[in-house]
Design a protein around this ligand. Structure first.
Ligand SMILES: [Zn+2]
Ligand SMILES: [Zn+2]
Length: 174
């Protein structure tokens, strides 16, 4: 969604739209763990105070995760409220480049605001750091591959087996 700066007025305006985030599927190695829907639903209120532009709202989407323990796919609702402020860029940096400060303050230097990078950032921030189908997922037995959520492991794990300790190390590092 692109909003011309001149259309951002002091009286707040409300806007609902679907922002395309499908490109997240092609970006970064997050693809491994999450699959994004084509669109997220965004409910946005925007207004200005002087030259500062305020955006507040929330988004919602169903995201498909790939459990890091049992490797199953699962869907979950990703929702988040967000708020950010854009202030005119005092140095007129490169157009479109975001400069986040700790205050959640960003600069704008063009005549229109492209909300996409902000929405995308909010989506990424809202993601769990590690995909789990559920908190207590027991995962797979590294030896026999049994899904320990569904069945007990039937193999006798020898603690001295060096291959087992490799698996344990891998699991710990995940
Ligand atoms: Zn799982
Ligand atoms: Zn086993």
């Amino acid at each position: 969604m692109i909003i011309p700066v001149e259309q951002i007025t002091e009286p707040p305006k409300r806007l609902r739209f679907a922002e395309s985030i499908e490109e997240l599927n092609h970006a970064m190695d997050l693809v491994r763990d999450y699959r994004f829907p084509e669109f997220v639903d965004v409910d946005l209120v925007y207004y200005r105070s002087g030259r500062e532009l305020f955006f507040e709202g929330r988004f919602g989407a169903w995201v498909e995760g790939h459990c890091g323990r049992c490797l199953k796919s699962y869907s979950f609702a990703l929702k988040k409220n967000f708020a950010f402020v854009l202030t005119p860029d005092p140095l007129s940096r490169k157009k479109g480049e975001l400069d986040q400060s700790e205050m959640g303050l960003s600069f704008y230097a063009s005549k229109e605001i492209n909300l996409f990078p902000f929405i995308r950032e909010q989506v990424l921030l809202a993601l769990p750091t590690r995909p789990l189908c559920e908190e207590g997922c027991h995962g797979l037995c590294p030896s026999c591959g049994a899904d320990l959520n569904l069945e007990p492991c039937r193999c006798a794990v020898s603690p001295g087996d060096p291959r087992m300790s490799l698996f344990r190390t891998l699991k710990l590092n995940q």
